[in-house]
Design a protein around this ligand. Structure first.
Ligand code: ZN
Length: 216
């Protein structure tokens, strides 16, 4: 691709550009380095547990340096590179901020399916299915006309939020166990937690929809 020359050879002055966003010699903006993963891009170790402040700080700093407004009077190529950078930056930040997306991305970095494809849609653990079916029935049994409906829904939401936290902790533990042992069974555990978390998230959305209906 002529627009994306060898990384390190500056497209503008043809000299060595160095590792930075801008050519070390002529300061021209370089294209995004697609060899870099999102963690490298945002200067954070590739772990499930993230330092949100550190991510946010890196994101804001890069966002400022790369913002298209800064390139309004520069070459067309730099304007395009700045858009490509910002698009990739936003994708990367959104991925690493959100636990499910972050877990899926880490699985990919470990050479696994992202978890979307890994184990299919629904969790298959019979105990889990039984329990969630009961929760669903309990939710459907709430009569919005009753005076204690909001209390019941609130309790249900808190219960769900606790389950969400449990699954996130489960993912963190499984990733840590994988780091310590390199055994891939731990990554399969991650995918199972992801399935369950997705399920809880959907349920939580339903609870919130019901809450909204109740309070209009
Ligand atoms: Zn240059």
């Amino acid at each position: 691709m002529p627009d994306h020359p060898q990384q390190n050879a500056c497209w503008s002055c043809k000299g060595p550009a160095g590792e930075g966003l801008f050519c070390a010699a002529c300061q021209a903006l370089q294209p995004p380095n697609l060899q870099q993963n999102y963690f490298q891009m945002l200067d954070h170790p590739p772990t499930f547990k993230v330092d949100r402040t550190r991510l946010e700080t890196s994101y804001q700093a890069l966002q400022q340096q790369l913002h298209p407004d800064r390139f309004a009077t520069r070459t067309a190529r730099e304007r395009r590179f700045s858009m490509e950078h910002v698009t990739r930056l936003n994708e990367g930040y959104a991925t690493l901020r959100e636990p499910l997306a972050r877990a899926g991305y880490l699985l990919q970095l470990h050479g696994r399916a992202s978890g979307d494809e890994a184990s299919g849609a629904a969790p298959t653990d019979p105990m889990f299915l039984m329990e969630t079916m009961e929760l669903r029935e309990a939710l459907e049994a709430i009569d919005p006309a009753q005076p204690d409906a909001d209390e019941k829904i609130d309790a249900m939401r808190q219960d769900m939020e606790r389950r969400v936290e449990e699954e996130e902790q489960g993912m963190a533990n499984a990733f840590e166990a994988h780091n310590n042992t390199q055994e891939t069974t731990h990554l399969e555990k991650v995918a199972q937690h992801m399935d369950r978390l997705r399920y809880h998230n959907r349920f939580l959305e339903e609870v919130e929809r019901l809450e909204e209906k109740l309070f209009v």
